[in-house]
Ligand binder design. Structure first.
Ligand code: ADP
Length: 704
């Protein structure tokens, strides 16, 4: 910005303008410009090399021709200005260009004071040399010379002024940078709870930054050495020894000690370097730092590191970082435990890969490659084999960190040993699969069982209806046979030869037997279960009716029938009556000769476990009906056989019967969802046990 001109400025300018207005120099300059420009330029270059102008080194990269061209150009400009008598303008412009850094080819900072003096000297010398070829007139020669000197002196002064101005600017800049740095340093010291000191032993004084004052909580005028009284008494010796070592031995001081001020304890870390002169310590430069906060931070860090380690070992979780640029891998302690390796032994990428189970290795490698490509790290599951040969299952999660240019930097991962969990899961899965298969099998079995059951009940029904029809239809011709034999016997009384009579009697007996058989078979086929037939029935009543039916036989055999409080149950009454009838009639029929048949009928509730039969369900209650006799008994090995159709153990001639009675009993009990058993001993008697479930969906028996 131009400053407003004053009267004084104008006056000075006119004086200087006079000084730089030449009478002889323009003619001379014009002469060189026209006739000797190249020679003038060459001379200048030659002198520049001879005088070793410092600036020349910045032009060393130019060839000779280029240098000459440059010199000619510069000389033409300069000589033109002189020829046109515009020296002032030229000098002013040169200085301004220099200050503003507008000189071609070189930076203003590259110019040194010597350049200015030597260049002026060379300019003067060259002009002087060419002056001899311009004029022989001594007077003129002297005039030109005087004007050259004046010009050179002026331009030199001006260049120097510019140069000084530049230097001053630089110094000011450096000073302000220094001040700034000093400020920054103090600020940094304050931020870092740091102070620095210089302890001058030679002159017996010390200087220190405000940080030191603050850390030691010193008064304005207190002496740095006085701080020793504030050092914790247990640490004073150690501090003295550290200082002594530095001052008397290696010049290096470092100490950490406690400072007690106003009852508060601080942790101080101090370091310093000693300067020696003739083997004697003369000063120490150093720093003090309040590390109390860092100490507790460090302790906290150590605590959290410990907690982290514990957490890692509890969860079997390790962490690892793969530095991709250096290919270095660092593992947490837990990682070494998981892999069964020496703690903190070296881990390379190749070693890591080699421990992966061969079945998983290629997959893991391509996963890593993919991650590096996409920057996305997916959760992974691998099997590893430890040096001890143990296979483990590991689960990992990771994150890829990139640098500013987006190149992969590190892969940070967590890794958890889930072997146990994995095995349990696998077992569970296997069990589930097994159970599913089993359920499916059972369902299939059930289905086929149901199909078979349906088929069976269809066949049974067919059989029953066949039985019924057959028995029914057989009865009619049998009745006819019996009627006609009866007629024959009555009409031909005593007229038939005795042998023939005997045959007819046998036919009569056989047909009676056949009638009985047909009746029993009919009964057997009619013994079916139908829910509508179930009724609440008092078994005492049923028994009474049986006794009435059997009264003739009972009387004949003088049989004694005892019974005690039989229950009232929901049953098919006529079937239970038939059951009692069959069992009691058998008991009388198979009684011992000359022994009064004694039949005991009793009842009780038992559990399935007590019965000890494959048909009984443990934990379920049953009504047990016992029919006990003192008859001839039977070999117990037949105790199951006797319930089959047409099964008879005793002499068929001596004991009448069809072998169907017990089969009917078994069918009746089955209709009531129960089962029947027999126990016996030959010559002693038999017991028949009937078990009916106490509660049942179908029968729902009730206690009386
Ligand atoms: P049966 O018409 O022959 O009596 P059952 O089916 O009623 O046919 O009996 C089958 C067989 O069991 C009988 O033939 C007999 O040998 C034997 N039996 C049945 N009850 C008794 C009993 N109370 N004592 C001895 N043996 C018996």
């Amino acid at each position: 910005m131009a400053s407003p001109s004053t009267h004084k400025d104008k006056k000075n300018a006119s004086v200087e303008k006079d000084k730089l207005f030449f009478t002889y120099l323009p003619g001379f300059a014009e002469f060189i410009l026209k006739n000797k420009l190249e020679e003038y330029s060459r001379e200048q270059l030659k002198y520049s090399f001879e005088e070793e102008v410092p600036l020349m080194k910045f032009l060393a990269h130019l060839s000779e021709d280029e240098l000459l061209a440059l010199a000619i150009e510069g000389s033409r400009e300069f000589l033109t200005v002189l020829a046109e008598n515009r020296s002032r303008e030229y000098i002013e412009k040169s200085s301004a260009d220099f200050i503003k850094n507008r000189i071609n080819i070189i930076e203003r900072e590259q110019v040194v004071a010597e350049d200015i003096t030597i260049v002026s000297f060379i300019r003067r010398k060259t002009l002087r040399k060419l002056l001899t070829s311009y004029s022989n007139d001594w007077e003129e020669f002297m005039h030109v010379m005087e004007e050259v000197d004046r010009f050179v002196a002026e331009s030199e002064t001006s260049s120097f002024n510019a140069f000084i101005k530049i230097q001053q600017e630089n110094i000011a800049r450096i000073n302000s940078a220094l001040e700034q740095r000093q400020e920054d340093l103090l600020e940094a010291q304050e931020l870092a709870d740091l102070g620095s000191f210089l302890w001058d032993m030679k002159h017996g004084n010390s200087v220190f930054t405000p940080g030191v004052m603050k850390i030691f909580e010193l008064e304005e005028k207190s002496n740095l050495e006085a701080f020793m009284t504030d050092v914790h008494e247990d640490d004073r010796d150690m501090l003295k020894k550290a200082l002594q070592k530095a001052l008397e031995k290696d010049g290096l001081y470092e100490c950490e000690y406690r400072l007690v001020k106003n009852g508060n304890e601080k942790m101080i870390w101090s370091r310093g370097i000693v300067q020696f002169e003739d083997g004697k310590a003369i000063s120490m430069k150093g720093t003090v730092m309040d590390v109390t906060g860092k100490y507790s931070l460090l302790a906290q860090l150590q605590e959290s590191e410990k907690a982290n380690k514990l957490a890692q070992s509890l969860t079997h979780m390790g962490t690892w970082v793969w530095d991709i640029t250096t290919n270095r891998i660092s593992w947490s302690d837990e990682m070494y435990r998981i892999y069964g390796l020496e703690p903190q032994s070296e881990i390379t990428f190749d070693r890591y890969i080699s421990m992966i189970h061969p079945d998983d290795r290629d997959r893991r490698l391509s996963e890593i490659k993919e991650s590096l490509k996409t920057g996305e790290v997916k959760d992974y599951l691998i099997h590893i084999v430890t040096p001890a040969g143990i296979t483990k299952v590991l689960k990992g999660k990771g994150e890829l960190k990139r640098d500013k240019k987006n190149a992969p930097l590190t892969l940070n991962c967590t890794c958890q040993d889930i072997t146990l969990e994995y095995k349990l899961n696998q077992e569970l899965q296997e069990k589930e699969e097994y159970l599913q298969a089993k359920t499916l099998l059972l369902e299939k079995l059930n289905l086929s069982l149901e199909v078979k059951n349906n088929e069976l009940s269809r066949i049974n029904k067919e059989l029953e209806s066949f039985n019924y029809i057959a028995s029914h239809d057989l009865q009619e011709p049998l009745r006819k046979i019996q009627t006609f034999i009866q007629l024959i016997l009555e009409k031909s009384k005593n007229k038939l030869p005795s042998g023939t009579m005997e045959y007819f009697n046998k036919i009569m007996t056989s047909s009676s037997r056949m009638k009985l058989l047909i009746e029993d078979l009919l009964m057997f086929s009619q013994t079916t279960a139908n829910e509508d037939n179930f009724e609440l029935s008092d078994l005492n009543h049923l028994l009474d009716e049986v006794k009435i039916i059997l009264s003739t036989l009972i009387e004949e055999k003088k049989a004694v029938i005892e019974s005690r409080d039989l229950p009232t149950l929901r049953v098919i009454p006529f079937q239970i009556q038939q059951l009692l009838l069959n069992l009691i009639s058998n008991a009388i029929k198979y009684s011992k000769e000359n022994t009064i048949p004694r039949i005991k009928i009793s009842s009780r509730v038992v559990t399935g476990d007590q019965i000890g039969d494959s048909g009984a369900i443990a934990g379920k209650d049953y009504f047990e009906l016992q029919v006990k006799d003192n008859g001839i008994g039977f070999d117990e090995e037949n105790s199951e056989r006797i319930f089959g159709l047409f099964q008879r153990l005793h002499n068929k001639d001596k004991y009448s019967g069809t072998g169907i009675g017990l089969a009917i009993c078994k069918k009746i009990v089955h209709n009531h969802n129960g089962f029947i058993k027999a126990r016996s001993e030959v010559g002693k008697g038999s017991v028949f046990y009937v078990y009916l479930p106490r509660t049942d969906k179908k029968t729902s028996y009730l206690v009386n």
